[in-house]
Design a protein around this ligand. Structure first.
Ligand code: ATP
Length: 400
């Protein structure tokens, strides 16, 4: 359909970027990126009109997002020759606008385009050897100034390398080391580093990305005292399997991976260094507050959890410890717990106990003639505890 509409107006339209890469890699990808060799915004409006979606346009960048009624998004960009500064090494006349557009991208594997116009539908444009790199499982930049132009690509290279189990090419790796050595990465704003880090933390194997970052001495940009030793790696491995387990449950609320990993990575540092990390990564006031508060609260909850596990108290005891925490804190504690029995109890909490609700409230106590007062809270808590322990049908020390 997109191709037909573009044909009507006499220009080419392409599917590009990660969408095309993932087709070749046979990976699911629902983010469609289109590039029009014409007015991308006008094209987006036309396409949205037929599909029944709405358009958010960015006139400054000549891009638009179409949001379909089912929430699916289609990004549309404009590839126009006059829009770009030409890289000095390239003969301008020979370049189509789609080639220029692709040349500005990060890696060869992300610089593929597929024709959508009816006459050439499905034809792949591969100007930079992307198919070969996909076959050889290599992440390669398109030119030697790529990381100077945009140092966030260093983190993107690591993310794609670990996601697809590819390898950063030799020359690309040298360019990364140069860019780090020449402090280009250091010049990035904290916010941009944090944005890329969050994408890394959302990866299924984020820890492998962190280890790779460490190999390029990049963790010190989060904080100078940050290094991965065996103990920390072991804990992060546990944290990753806990986070991935929780993710597969599709429980609500979803855990925010960035806070889980960052606290896992930096939680052992003193509070003033955590404040520095919040500054280095350009946290918002809210993120800073959540980050610091969660570290404080999980620290306190860990002490209570240890007491609970040694006391043989029923599961309601665990419920009241964990119920104070957001899910990220619960996952951190689950990873910290060295005893399988405690881990198991926390998993029971996450999958069952925390959903238990009381069907009575203060109003019911009033009906049976109890005077409102502090006893209400105590009574309701006891009823909830009875419910939890009854429903769970076993105690913490019986779980193993
Ligand atoms: P993901 O699967 O993680 O969403 P993606 O490749 O779709 O990966 P996006 O961040 O959505 O990643 O970017 C879409 C496309 O835009 C990429 O495929 C790439 O071609 C281009 N791109 C994104 N970020 C950069 C960058 N920093 N420099 C150059 N090109 C980029």
């Amino acid at each position: 359909l997109a191709g037909k509409l573009a044909d009507e107006d006499g220009f080419e339209v392409f599917a590009v970027g990660g969408f095309v890469r993932d087709i070749l890699l046979r990976q699911p990808n629902f983010d469609i990126d289109l590039v029009a060799e014409g007015d991308g915004i006008a094209f987006a409006y036309k396409l949205a009109g037929v599909l029944g979606g709405r358009v958010k346009a960015h006139h400054k960048f000549k891009t638009a997002v179409i949001i379909l009624p089912n929430g699916q998004r289609i990004d549309v960009a404009t590839a126009r020759l006059e829009y770009y500064e030409y890289p000095a090494a390239l003969p301008v006349v020979e370049l189509s606008s789609i080639k220029m557009d692709l040349y500005r991208r990060d890696f060869t594997i992300n610089a593929l385009a597929v024709h959508l116009n009816p006459g050439r539908f499905g034809l792949l444009e591969d100007f930079f050897g992307a198919q070969r790199d996909i076959k050889d499982k290599i992440i390669r930049v398109l030119h030697s100034l790529s990381f100077v132009e945009d140092p966030t690509r260093i983190l993107r290279a690591i993310r794609f390398e670990q996601r697809f189990e590819f390898r950063i090419g030799g020359q690309t790796e040298r360019l990364i080391r140069n860019a780090v050595q020449m402090t280009f990465f250091q010049k990035l704003s904290g916010t941009r580093i944090f944005h890329e880090l969050r994408l890394i933390f959302d990866e299924r194997n984020a820890l492998r990305c962190l280890r790779r970052m460490d190999s390029f001495a990049l963790l010190t940009h989060i904080h100078p005292n940050l290094t991965l030793d065996d103990k920390l790696i072991k804990y992060l491995e546990e944290l990753e399997s806990v986070r991935n387990w929780y993710r597969l449950l599709y429980e609500e609320p979803a855990a925010q991976s960035w806070i889980v990993y960052l606290l896992g990575l930096c939680g052992h540092l003193p509070p003033e260094e955590l404040v520095q990390i919040a500054g280095n990564l350009g946290f918002t006031e809210r993120q800073r507050h959540d980050f610091l508060a969660l570290r404080e609260r999980t620290g306190q909850a860990l002490g209570k959890l240890i007491n609970w596990s040694q006391s043989g108290e029923p599961l309601s005891g665990l419920y009241f410890i964990l119920h104070e925490l957001p899910v990220e804190g619960v996952l951190l504690l689950m990873a910290k717990s060295t005893r399988d029995q405690v881990k198991k109890a926390i998993s029971v909490y996450l999958t069952r106990l925390r959903h238990i609700k009381l069907e009575i409230g203060g109003a019911d106590l009033r009906i049976i003639g109890l005077e409102p007062g502090p006893a209400y809270g105590r009574i309701l808590r006891e009823v909830l505890a009875a419910r939890i322990d009854g429903k769970a049908e076993c105690r913490g020390d019986q779980l193993a």
